[in-house]
Ligand binder design. Structure first.
Ligand code: SP5
Ligand code: ZN
Length: 342
């Protein structure tokens, strides 16, 4: 399996994440993908290639143009306004306020386009997010070209980003654009299976009204974890998308025996949807030692999960999402891919 990876991820590394009322070094840090890359090499999983430049056409078609312009100019606008630090959202439109009027001043714009203030932006964030998207796109091209699967080693991750909001360490929804590109490449139905510990709110939102890109997510119950206000089991899709959204929230302490049953039901639904291609939002933060999560998967469980996904026998693009237990993130991620390959 080929991996696509851009060194430009390094351009995004904020100093600060707001966590428990303190600024800490972000959990989503550059070393994560270095551990994954080193493990790919030591296991001999296949070539690792630079993706080349991003193609913004499919990104602009799927996402909000105003949001993309905001991401492109946010840092310059922030600095021009005399802000000393990194970009952090301090105000967001809340109940009773206007949800659809974009402020002129950058501080207000930031809140309008952000849903979670733990995530900071810096000078290099936009370039890094585009390079991450480029890896997803190169992996899609590989699969459209006939490969059974490819791995997009994306950083920053993407599944929390909506059409017009960043947050949860995500800026551009790589998995969503990958799925749309597989649709455009001829697959009539493209399923997205999200195994990251957190609910893939951005991906769900982007395809909620559509039946051609069904979405299934296994995640920590929103009552107990980020993104808190979405990810319930009764969110089943709308209009043409009714019945094409499957949320499988699970409580703190969930072991692999329970999680793997949920995975099997997601896999059965994806078969029922008649998917012709698959995008896996591959987060490994369901791991027992993950510092911000509460499932209890062991490293071996990720191999078994990958094997179950592989038995679906679909052309598959794996897109890296979360996973913050630094020393294990490479092992767990590559275990999924090795399990998948069989
Ligand atoms: C892609 C992805 O996995 N994003 C996750 C975003 C999680 N945001 C909330 C993090 C809360 C961290 N607080 C941790 C306290 C640890 N004691
Ligand atoms: Zn996550």
């Amino acid at each position: 399996m080929k991996t696509f990876f851009s060194e430009d991820h390094r351009l995004h590394f904020p100093q600060a994440e707001l966590s428990g009322g303190e600024f800490v070094t972000p959990f989503e840090r550059p070393s994560r993908v270095e551990y994954i890359r080193n493990r790919l090499i030591s296991r001999g999983l296949g070539a690792i290639e630079d993706p080349g430049p991003v193609d913004m056409d499919p990104v602009q078609t799927l996402l909000d143009p105003g949001y993309l312009r905001f991401l492109e100019t946010a840092w310059a606008d922030w600095k021009a306004a005399g802000m000393a630090g990194e970009i952090i959202a301090a105000n967001v439109p809340a109940r009773g306020m206007h949800m659809d009027r974009v402020p002129d001043f950058i501080d207000g714009k930031v809140g309008y386009y952000c849903h979670a203030s733990e995530t900071a932006m810096t000078a290099g964030t936009w370039a890094a997010a585009q390079s991450s998207m480029a890896s997803a796109q190169a992996a899609v091209r590989q699969v459209i070209g006939g490969a059974r699967s490819a791995f997009a080693l994306c950083r920053p991750p993407g599944h929390h980003a909506t059409r017009d909001q960043y947050g949860g360490y995500c800026f551009l929804n790589n998995a969503a654009v990958a799925a749309q590109m597989l649709r455009d490449g001829g697959a009539a139905r493209v399923a997205i299976l999200d195994i990251d510990f957190h609910h893939g709110n951005g991906t769900q939102d982007i395809f909620y009204d559509r039946g051609d890109v069904p979405f299934a997510s296994l995640h920590g119950a929103p009552q107990d974890t980020y993104p808190y206000y979405i990810g319930y089991a009764d969110e089943t899709g709308r209009g043409a998308g009714e019945g094409a959204n499957l949320n499988l929230p699970m409580p703190p302490g969930t072991p692999y025996s329970t999680w793997s049953e949920a995975l099997d039901s997601a896999i059965a639904r994806i078969a029922g949807w008649g998917a012709e291609a698959l995008v896996v939002s591959l987060g490994v933060d369901a791991y027992r030692d993950d510092p911000i999560s509460f499932f209890k998967l062991d490293s071996d469980d990720f191999t078994d999960a990958g094997a179950r996904i592989g038995r679906m026998d679909l052309p598959t693009v794996h897109v890296m999402e979360g996973g913050y237990a630094i020393e294990a993130v490479g092992i767990n991620t590559v275990n999924v891919l090795e399990g998948f390959l069989g």
